[in-house]
Design a binder for this molecule. Structure first.
Ligand code: PFF
Length: 491
């Protein structure tokens, strides 16, 4: 099967695709906010340590597994240790669930992009909030009350899935060309947004707020866990994406340099996005005559309420900057979105020998249908709940299992020998220590810490049954993974 395996057109296509998967919506709203919430400039220390001790070692590992096995996550892990195929399936089903709500957030971006030409979200802070909460999402007040479907969100979702399909259907070679645009365009827009942000009055207040270090936070475990969580999410680790992308590289391709380039490009972009976001928030605060913390909202509210409010107040070309900002989010998000679908399609095709072209429309259609509940009036809450359980428990658990299987069953030193035999930069035994000890300990501790917190406080302000649904979903996905791994395949 290695003979007929699809190939990237060039090494840079692969690197751009991996960078595109990494840089996504998470870089624009999640990184700046998490940084400011966890000690500002001081947070960069745990962030960099997490990158070096877990991010890069695990990325090297995932590249090595995909490239060595020349196969998608389930079958690749099976070649490492027979009994670990289910872990690969667990990553695949989990990333599919992630894709269904990620596409919903993309749908909101598509709607905002459409509105940006007329600044249709209104021109006062209150109006923007009403637009997001009432007009677009019509939030029902509780995850239990689904209400009806919001047609614009459903249409945006269909557009997103169509885009995903169009990017993937021609195969990996064409994908390798598309990613030059989906990575290049957002970089260009981001530079424009940074320059625009930094030249606005009040920008420095925003940057002070973003970067002023509060070193006392480094003593808090939660700050370290936030740093590791962010690194996992942002680099798209433990989701099968990197394994499947690397499997389209020839077996003798470089691994370590590719991993360094991908992770540094991603983290550098996140850092830069912080300048665009916080300089603009500084401007918003000064225009409204309040302090920066008063205008800073967390998570999704930052991109869909606070930022559009700031755009409204721009002295010139606010429509243009509105459109640019949401085009930035769409182009940033789309290559992350299709990187979540490729492992699903590749895994089914690899295990049962199906043609990827036939599998893709089925996966896309199923993804769209599974995502419909997120377009209801309770959709916002479910995006938030499922995101929490998928990222906090699923992702951490898979990262932990990968380290154990590869570190102990396959032996870290054996895979390191392979990595060094093909890479320009050699890695030393320090890598084994990170894979066998440091990363699994950090992930194990973080899992236990989060579980205790969940038992004590539940998740967010939602009813208790939602936490059971979240944990139930993870258990269901594990069972499904076992079933899929038991099914007979061609490999
Ligand atoms: N890294 C992406 C982001 O920062 O938005 C999210 C993501 C993409 C997670 C692909 C997982 C994945 F497989």
């Amino acid at each position: 099967m290695a003979k007929t395996r699809e190939r990237w057109g060039s090494r840079s296509s692969f690197v751009f695709a991996a960078i595109g998967a990494a840089i996504g919506l998470g870089n624009v709203w999640r990184f700046p906010y998490i940084t400011y919430q966890n000690g500002g400039g001081a947070f960069l220390i745990p962030y960099l340590i997490a990158l070096i001790t877990a991010g890069i070692p695990l990325m090297i590992l995932e590249y090595a597994v995909g490239q060595k096995a020349q196969s998608s996550p389930p079958t690749a892990l099976k070649t490492i240790w027979k009994k670990s195929e289910w872990i690969g399936w667990f990553a695949v089903v989990l990333v599919f669930v992630l894709a269904t709500y990620y596409a919903t957030i993309m749908s909101w971006c598509v709607n905002y992009f459409y509105q940006s030409f007329t600044l249709g979200w209104g021109n006062t802070p209150r109006a923007v909030e009403t637009f997001f909460n009432q007009t677009l999402l019509a939030k029902s007040g509780s995850p239990g009350i689904l209400g009806g479907i919001q047609l614009p969100v459903l249409i945006g979702l269909a557009v997103t899935w169509l885009l995903i399909y169009l990017c993937l259907f021609k195969g990996v070679k064409t994908l390798g060309k598309i990613v030059y645009f989906t990575v290049g365009i957002p970089w260009l827009i981001l530079i424009i947004m940074v320059i625009r942000g930094l030249t606005l009055p009040g920008a420095m207040e925003g940057l002070n707020f973003y970067l002023t270090p509060d070193f006392s936070v480094l003593l808090q475990p939660k700050v370290w866990l936030a740093a590791y969580g962010q690194i996992f999410f942002t680099l798209s680790l433990a989701m099968g994406t990197l394994i499947v992308y690397a499997s389209y590289l020839p077996r003798n391709s470089d691994i370590t340099v590719n991993a360094f380039i991908t992770s540094l490009a991603n983290c550098g972009t996140a850092f830069l996005a912080g300048f665009a976001v916080f300089s603009t928030l500084g401007y918003l605060a000064s225009a409204m005559g309040v302090t920066v913390p008063e205008v800073t909202t967390s998570g999704l509210g930052l991109a869909f309420v606070t930022y559009p409010t700031a755009i409204n107040l721009l002295p010139v070309a606010s429509r243009l900057f509105g459109a640019l900002f949401f085009l930035l989010l769409i182009t940033l998000g789309i290559d992350s979105a299709f990187s979540q679908i490729e492992p699903v399609v590749g895994s089914i095709a690899d295990k049962w020998g199906f043609n990827k072209r036939k599998v893709l429309p089925l996966v896309v259609l199923t993804g769209f249908i599974v995502g419909i509940p997120y377009t209801t009036k309770a959709g916002f809450y479910w995006v938030d709940i499922i995101d929490h359980f998928v990222c906090t428990y699923g992702l951490t658990l898979i990262g932990f299992l990968e380290c154990i299987v590869i570190g102990y069953f396959f032996k870290a030193s054996r895979i390191r020998e392979y990595i060094n035999s093909v890479s320009d930069v050699r890695i030393g035994p320090w890598w084994d220590v990170f894979i066998k000890i440091v990363t699994p300990i950090v992930l194990g501790v973080s899992l236990i810490y989060e579980l205790i917190k969940l038992i004590q406080k539940g998740y967010g302000n939602y009813p208790v049954w939602t936490a059971f649904s979240g944990i139930g979903l993870i258990i269901l996905l594990i069972v499904l993974s076992f079933i899929l791994s038991r099914k007979r395949g061609n490999l």
